[in-house]
Ligand binder design. Sequence first.
Ligand code: PRP
Length: 215
Amino acid sequence: MSEIITVAVPKGRLLTESSALFEKALGVSPARLLSGTRKLAATDRASGLRFLSIRAADVASYVEHGAADVGVCGLDVLREEPRDLYEPLDLGIGRCRMIVARPRRARPLPRGVAPRIATKYTRIATEHYARKSLPAEVIHLHGSIEVAPSLGLSDAIVDITETGATLEANGLVIEETVLEISARLVVNRVALKLHPERLRRLVAAMRAAVAAHRG
Ligand code: PRP
């Protein structure tokens, strides 16, 4: 058996969706392999793959530094914290949108006043307003972003929405879309040089599974 390839998969909803793709592509489900155990790494001898269960925000770090050869990572994370990674494939899962939202009944700000924007995604928000040449004061928060406007902490938010339920429940409406998001397969650049054939086959199998999944 050739060397084991290590794959970092995010915990949570992306684990279920990416497991279905890995199973279709390579005959092994990381969710099943990692279920019922507190162990955060499990190896499937038949496919020669070891899966790591990692927090979504950490997958890119593991892959960039070579602790994993391959990973599944949301475009939000990749654009907020740019990494030196190979991004060969849009997996088409974990779809959501990065948006600007503001209170339904907000009065327009006076001309020339920079809106205060609460967000976990400081870089994405700052670049968004810079691209539009609009002034904005970006306020970094770690979570519960949607409550910031009602408490007077910000005029608007930049955050992820999937169903829109959290925005709705907090009296916010979408003003514009900043970025369409989905999960990407990422590959360590050195690993690609060390195992070119295996990784090319892995990416090709995943590409075929994504195409079949899209129908
Ligand atoms: C995300 C996002 C919103 C919510 C939107 O939070 O920050 O709060 O999902 O989803 P919806 O449009 O379907 O209501 P997440 O659950 O990832 O947790 P977080 O609070 O850690 O950001």
